[in-house]
Design a protein around this ligand. Structure first.
Ligand code: GLC
Length: 551
């Protein structure tokens, strides 16, 4: 793999991307479910944060078995969220404010209500309709192989054939309502070419691509030896997936440099070095650095993960896509606030324990650390993806009543895993309004009373709030070009618990310990700190500048 030839500057070299979970952002029509009208109504909030782009979680027609990751129609908008017309309005209004729009592409599977799947069921074994999915005969009354669904239970479901007899089995790496496509079938390739073009032609600026590592399966569908762990190397990270990304890279490039389209991948691989292959210059433009997200709050571990990602950029030129949270993981405040860890339950998901660690949480400590982590990622070269609610310092809602939980992870594991509802609770906008200003209806997930403290209007009035810290950090990052390509120069701090690096005239120092750190005078003055106290107290970060008036 050789270094890339220079390419023109792209918005995603250093973008701040606001990840927007449509269902939980803002509800404009009173049905308790967020929608695109709600997004349009609050675009100023996102523009005011200083974001460059919005990634919308899936908003296509979907029965919502996995909240939009089960798509019944790739060319439309979920009627609960609006229409194609609302979507077009959103793109236009976002563009007017300098915000790009990224959609979520879900190519591994569709919904069992997708017309292709209905046709596959009707057409029967051996038909071309079934060949778009992974249908196989069972082994007697057992599934075709021993693969497990990420969300719990087997990865196969048996269908009843038209004549009423128990029939073939189909593969679903997630819920049974999400049948996997067979990406060896050229019809599937052609179909997704069309999906990409459909949205690019409507003005969309790129895609976050779901489960990139899963699209192609072992040709022989071999049994996986569970002794090898829950990362099934026959279903994930197969070499054939790369042909698909090359194809999409070329398709996006066909729109010309002026469109500056982005393909950013969700790629979960056990060895971060495996990401290299996805980031070859003719494949994905970026892939999330989950390696950083899963690190404990320890300077050495954080520094090592950053080093691995920046070394990767040096090889293939793809800027890192940093992220500390998303709609699948426990919120950063809660992860970093764990004071007494508890063992994770056994899971089919190799990453569940890292994404949603358990234990007793000190939310104040977690908040201090999450604020520090914000300054850490915003000082790094690359793009930063920030999940809605991070600007409010929201903790995970861990006390949701079981009967309110909707995540298939909770239901398919019989409640053993609590799942992901706790980071998807509708946002609190106004402390003393019904549903905290989310909308006039009853929110689809209940908001806890303690959300009032985090409401945007409360934080607006408090100069020390996370909301203000976030805005200042994003503005300074832009003013000083912190996200631009360039080295991360590590500095000696003499303290194991403190990491520090230089980006131009700015030094970012993060103290993961509890003892205050005294910075060398040569670093200059603090221009932004995550803590109320001066300097770099425990569990805090600060940005220093030696030439306050610029570089
Ligand atoms: C990805 C999504 C997650 C979804 C799964 C299946 O991991 O981020 O929310 O449930 O894929 O599509």
């Amino acid at each position: 793999m050789s270094s890339t030839s220079p390419r023109p500057r792209s918005f995603w070299d250093d973008a701040v991307v606001y990840q927007l979970y449509v269902r939980s952002f803002a509800d404009s029509d009173g049905d308790g479910v967020g929608d695109l009208g709600g997004v349009i109504g609050r675009l100023e909030h996102i523009a005011g944060l200083g974001a460059d782009a919005i990634w919308l979680n899936p908003c296509y027609p979907s029965p919502q078995a996995d909240h939009g990751y089960d798509i019944a129609d790739y060319h439309g908008v979920n009627p609960e969220y609006g229409s194609l017309e609302t979507f077009d309005r959103l793109v236009a209004e976002a563009h007017d404010r300098g915000l790009r729009i990224l959609m979520d592409l879900v190519p591994n599977h569709c919904s069992d209500r997708h017309p292709w799947f209905a046709a596959a069921l009707a057409a029967g074994p051996g038909s071309p309709e079934r060949a778009r999915f992974v249908f196989r005969d069972g082994r007697g009354d057992e599934p075709p192989n021993n693969w497990q669904s990420v969300f719990g239970g087997p990865a196969w479901t048996r269908v009843t054939e038209a004549d009423g007899t128990p029939g073939q089995w189909y593969l679903h790496l997630f819920t049974r309502e999400q049948p996997d496509f067979d990406w060896r079938n050229p019809q599937v390739l052609a179909y997704f070419d069309d999906v990409l073009r459909f949205w690019f032609d409507r003005g969309v600026d790129g895609f976050r691509i779901d489960v990139c590592h899963g699209l192609v399966k072992d040709a022989a569908l071999r049994d996986w030896d569970p002794a090898e762990g829950s990362y099934n190397a026959y279903s994930w990270n197969r070499p054939e997936v790369h042909d698909i990304f090359r194809r999409w890279h070329a398709l996006a490039a066909g729109y010309g440099p002026e469109r500056d389209l982005l393909l950013v991948g969700e790629v979960w691989v056990p060895d971060p070095a495996d990401l290299d292959r996805y980031l070859r210059p003719d494949e994905l433009h970026q892939a999330f650095s989950f390696d950083l997200l899963v690190q404990p709050w320890e300077a050495r571990a954080l520094r090592a993960a950053i080093g691995r990602a920046t070394a990767r950029t040096a090889v293939h030129g793809a800027p890192a896509a940093w992220t500390l949270a998303n709609h699948d993981v426990h919120r950063a405040v809660t992860r970093y606030g764990i004071v007494r860890p508890e063992p994770a339950p056994a899971s089919n998901d190799a990453f569940a324990a890292l994404m949603r660690p358990r234990g007793e949480v000190d939310a104040d400590l977690g908040e201090r650390r999450a604020r520090a982590a914000l300054l850490l990622v915003l000082a790094l070269p690359g793009s930063v993806f920030l999940y809605q609610g991070e600007e409010l310092g929201l903790p995970e809602v861990q006390d949701l009543p079981d009967e309110a939980r909707q995540d298939p992870v909770f239901h398919r594991t019989g409640g053993r895993e609590k799942g992901r509802d706790g980071c998807r609770v509708p946002l609190p906008w106004t402390a003393d309004a019904p549903a905290f200003g989310f909308g006039t209806g009853t929110p689809w997930l209940p908001q806890p009373a303690w959300f009032a403290r985090y409401a945007a209007d409360v934080q607006e009035k408090d100069d020390k709030s996370t909301l203000h810290l976030y805005r200042r950090a994003v503005a300074l990052r832009r003013a000083r070009g912190l996200g631009r390509p360039g080295p991360v120069e590590w500095l000696e701090t003499g303290e194991d618990a403190v990491l520090a690096f230089r980006r131009g005239a700015l030094v970012c120092a993060v103290n993961t310990g509890s003892t205050p750190f005294t910075a060398p005078a040569a670093w200059g003055e603090v221009v932004l700190g995550s803590a109320a106290a001066d300097g770099v107290p425990g569990d805090a970060a600060a940005w220093f500048v030696s030439e306050p008036d610029g570089e």
